[in-house]
Design a protein around this ligand. Sequence first.
Ligand SMILES: NC(=O)C1=CN([C@@H]2O[C@H](COP(=O)(O)OP(=O)(O)OC[C@H]3O[C@@H](n4cnc5c(N)ncnc54)[C@H](OP(=O)(O)O)[C@@H]3O)[C@@H](O)[C@H]2O)[C@@H](O)CC1
Ligand SMILES: Nc1ncnc2c1ncn2[C@@H]1O[C@H](COP(=O)(O)OP(=O)(O)O)[C@@H](O)[C@H]1O
Ligand SMILES: [K+]
Length: 497
Amino acid sequence: MKIFLASQIKKWDSFTMRNESVSSLQLMERAAQSCVNWFFNNFENKFSFSIFCGQGNNGGDGFAIARLLYYKGFDVTVFTDENQKFSEDTLVNFQRCKEISAIDILDFEQVNDFTFKENSVIIDALFGIGLNRKIEGKIATLIKFLNELPFPRVSVDIPSGLMADEMIDENAIVFKADETLTFQAWKKAMLHPETGVFCGNIHIMDIFLSDEFNSSEESNEFVTGEKLIHKIYNIRSEFSHKGTYGKTNLAAGSYGKMGAAVLATKAALKSGSGLTFILAPKCGYEILQTSCPEAMFINGGENHIINFDFEEDAVIGIGPGLGTNFQTESAFMEFLKQYKKPLVIDADALNIIAKHTQFLKHIPKKSIITPHPKEFERLFGKTENSFERLKLARQKAQELQIYIVLKDHHTQIITADNQVYYNITGNAGMAKGGSGDVLLGIVTSLLAQNYSPEHAAIFGVWLHGKAGDFAAQKFSKEAMLPSDLIDEIGTVFKYLN
Ligand SMILES: NC(=O)C1=CN([C@@H]2O[C@H](COP(=O)(O)OP(=O)(O)OC[C@H]3O[C@@H](n4cnc5c(N)ncnc54)[C@H](OP(=O)(O)O)[C@@H]3O)[C@@H](O)[C@H]2O)[C@@H](O)CC1
Ligand SMILES: Nc1ncnc2c1ncn2[C@@H]1O[C@H](COP(=O)(O)OP(=O)(O)O)[C@@H](O)[C@H]1O
Ligand SMILES: [K+]
């Protein structure tokens, strides 16, 4: 799914109106109707809606929602400022609302004396993607007041105070939604932690904007959708053998951190690797042979790896639990200097490179690196926020011709040719040591199975998050473990088949 800028969404609107003979007022009605259908399916009739409407088209959606909710039998109160300069369609919907005497229309300031019913829902239709500056004055005061109310809060299109494509000021006033009903497509601000935190659960409302525009309009940022995953995913042929699915060779573990090697190896096995090898120190021999009997052990040293001698023709993944012992460091750097094929690099292997950044240029082209934000900072330097971090990652991915998997709630896969894929599977239950080790195993295994680096990264991250979602359903976000996530990889493949 492409991510468009607010300016492109406005073009999309106009294109749809021109080419599909629909008026802007009809589009607003569609938008409002889609929200009302959602409210109808999610709230019983006993709920009472307080709808806050601004002067732009977002406010217009709000007025239309008020009318349509009323027709569905809900109790509705509208708050607005009648002296605002309403946009043309908003004015029409304001007047339509006014004609219904059972809908109370109050001034924003009356909210202070208003007695909210017990089953209230607050709807924010103050500003949408047309916000062009910080919210100040009485609307800022209003938003602060609404954010304190003990009722569910729902934003129309985008929480008021967020800019669709940008970072916000540290002290910006933003409506804090529990649910956001957004039209047609994800907005960039919903995918970054500093701004996404205001959105709650995102629901995409299809308002049938032109498919033609969607296919022809350029964007280099995407959300990984299931359609794309089905395109990438190769079903296993019955006429195949272990050689068909490649050799995965992981290098992981050190004394006290052998669990990381176990997790990565199990994840590689469970993701379909034909033959799996684990290069680890001898202290992990029994652990690995017992916990992962399908994998073959290669001895890399006593208590930490000092020898990066891999199985021939294998696809290599290095990093989990490696440690940063000076012997491991120098052996890894020697290896990196002479190795030329794409590989996957994570965790301590990245930390080693970060200590000697002149080695960045030795990362083979088309390799995949999987840093979390701190590892990214160690490698490439500090950035102000996640928007800036992404910009820097794009620059580095192009410069080094590598794929960067920037781990986050919505992990970003940055390709060597400057495309960004935001992942939307996964959950906070994965915020536990070991989840990243699992990812390294999955991605390396997919690369070994002949997925391109781009596909291995996009599919791997999606698969990892989806397995996390299944694990959370079964065990809860609190109790699920990275090991449970590995067990659910099979559920994801069944889901895809
Ligand atoms: N295809 C779609 O997605 C569809 C979209 N639709 C809906 O349209 C929405 C976009 O509407 P929009 O362009 O009218 O912008 P919106 O955000 O309502 O308000 C902008 C107004 O606010 C003002 N203003 C700005 N910043 C301000 C501030 N800080 N403090 C105070 N004022 C400020 C600015 O005025 P200015 O002072 O800059 O002249 C302007 O008047 C979109 O989010 C969706 O809900 C649907 O109806 C149909 C299909
Ligand atoms: N809140 C979250 N939502 C979604 N995914 C998450 C969340 N927290 C962590 N993850 C995922 O879990 C993994 C954690 O990786 P990392 O920080 O390297 O862990 P470790 O090295 O301790 O195993 C990443 O893939 C990340 O995207
Ligand atoms: K809004």
